[in-house]
Every structure is written in C-alpha cells, then in structure tokens.
Design a protein around this ligand. Structure first.
Ligand code: IPE
Ligand code: IPE
Ligand code: MG
Length: 250
C-alpha cells in the first residue's frame, strides 16, 4: 500500500474532484504517434484515476472529455473521439458495474450522433443504482451553454407560472444546472501545464480549490491524484471568512 495513500487518508478527502484532462495530443506527438493514440491512452488514465479515487474515498469525479469548442477540431479527430467514446462505453461498463460506479453524461447531448448518445444512455441507465462513486462525464459540454440553457429553462417555468420570479435565488437557479447543487467540486485539477478553465463548470467552480500539474493527461495516475489531494489538504478553505474564524469554528 502506498504511503502517500496512507498519509492522505488521515486528512479530509475532497468529496468531488473535477478534472480537465488536457495534453493528450502533445503526449502523442512526443512519442511520434497520431493524436488519437493520445486520446486512447487518456482513457486508460481515466480508469487509473477512478481506481485511485475509490481507494481514498472520493465520492464524485467530473471529467472534461469533450468541450463544445472541441467540435471545431479537424473532422478526423472529432470522428476518432466519437468512436472512442462509444468504444469506451462498451469496454468500461463491466468495470463500472464491478466497482459500483454510477455514470452520468452532462453537456449539449443533442449535438452528438445517435450511436454515441445511445451508448452514453445505455451506460447511464445500467449504472444508475451504483453508489460507490458518481462519474460525471462532460461531453459536448460548455459552461456558458449550460448557464444559458438553465436561464432559458427557468424563464420558461416563470412564463408558465410554475415558479414565481420572486422566489429566484442561487439555490433555485442552481437546480436548473446539470449537476447537483449540493455537490460542487472541492478540487479542480488541470493537467498539461495550462492555466485556464476553458469554459468548464464556471458556476460550480465558484469556491473550488485549483490545482495545476505539468503532467500530460495520459501520464496521470493514482499517485498523481493522491499528490493533488495531499496539496489540497494543505489549503485552508475560508469561504470569505477569516482564518481565525475557521480555526475557532465561529
Ligand atoms: C485533451 O487533450 C483531450 C480533448 C480536448 C479531447 P488535447 O487533445 O487537448 O491535447 P493537447 O492539448 O492538444 O496536447
Ligand atoms: C479542454 O481542453 C477541453 C477538454 C479537456 C475536453 P482543450 O485542449 O480543448 O482546451 P483549450 O482550448 O486549449 O483551452
Ligand atoms: Mg488541449
């Protein structure tokens, strides 16, 4: 058993970790391989990361698999990624069941092709009663789209008198977002040495701790996850309060 794992288990484990899995293309290029090879190895790193999360007791992982902006990549890469998502759904379902992981896809799923959508829905339905960990996959996802969509749906409910405009507050608005309002990420990890959010969970990340690593996503593994958690455990989350208030619990 890793000593790093033992060490982090003595501290507070983040309940929800969001991951911007970046650097697949550069990782492949370094190895003189096509970009899709990097994406394939990226899927292996997801499996590793889930194992690492289960071993230390993380309850939710949200991974950024494909952004709305990624639709603008060359057709060959987009097609390769869609094919990979379908294949990953097939290959990983037994693993998700064995480990009791529930799966949920979030994003503008109406832009996906039928085969891809059907694969995601199949895994979602098959795993809906699993409760060891929730894996949310952001696919065809953009945070500005999510917020705009939430505003649109809420406006519709106001017009149809389902809700009253005076009742609108952050909690009510949050209910129109695609993730659970009581389950914002505690920690965001981005790989590949880029320091940006790239339209990911802008609403939900309001008070998340941010962690950046130079490691390319296909090289990310259990130890890298635990290292990020160890770093998180050194932070003091103040939520606007003073350090004294936090330490004296007032
Ligand atoms: C992240 O890796 C995966 C997706 C965006 C689908 P990239 O494909 O962005 O890899 P780099 O950033 O070009 O190295
Ligand atoms: C963000 O990575 C999206 C995913 C990880 C799926 P990108 O590589 O697309 O991000 P930018 O465009 O470089 O910020
Ligand atoms: Mg990238």
């Amino acid at each position: 058993m890793s000593s790093l794992l033992d060490e982090i288990k003595t501290g507070i484990i983040p309940k929800h970790i969001a991951l911007i899995m970046d650097g697949n293309g550069r990782w492949a290029k370094q190895k003189n391989q096509p970009r899709i090879f990097g994406h394939q190895q990226g899927a292996v790193a997801v499996r590793e990361t889930l194992e690492g999360a289960l071993l230390c007791g993380v309850k939710c992982i949200t991974i950024y698999a494909f952004s709305i902006e990624n639709w603008n990549r060359p057709k060959e890469e987009v097609d390769g990624l869609m094919h990979l998502f379908i294949k990953a759904c097939e290959d990983e379902l037994p693993n998700l069941q064995e480990k009791h992981i529930a799966f949920k896809a979030i994003g503008n799923l109406s832009l996906l092709n039928q085969d891809c959508l059907a694969s995601l829905q199949k895994v979602e339905q098959a795993t809906c009663n699993n409760n060891a960990l929730l894996l949310q996959v952001a696919i065809s996802y953009g945070s500005r789209w999510e917020i705009t969509n939430a505003a649109k749906n809420m406006a519709k409910d106001i017009v149809e008198n389902k809700i009253n405009i005076d009742d609108v507050d952050e909690t009510l608005f949050g209910q129109y977002m695609l993730t659970d309002t009581n389950n914002d990420p505690d920690l965001l990890i981005r790989t590949s040495g880029e320091y940006r959010i790239s339209n990911f969970l802008l609403w939900q990340l309001a008070y998340s701790e941010l962690y950046f690593t130079n490691c390319y996503w296909p090289d990310f593994n259990k130890e890298a996850l635990w290292k990020a958690i160890a770093d998180y455990q050194k932070r003091e989350r103040r939520f606007g309060k003073t350090s004294e208030q936090i330490t004296t619990n007032k």
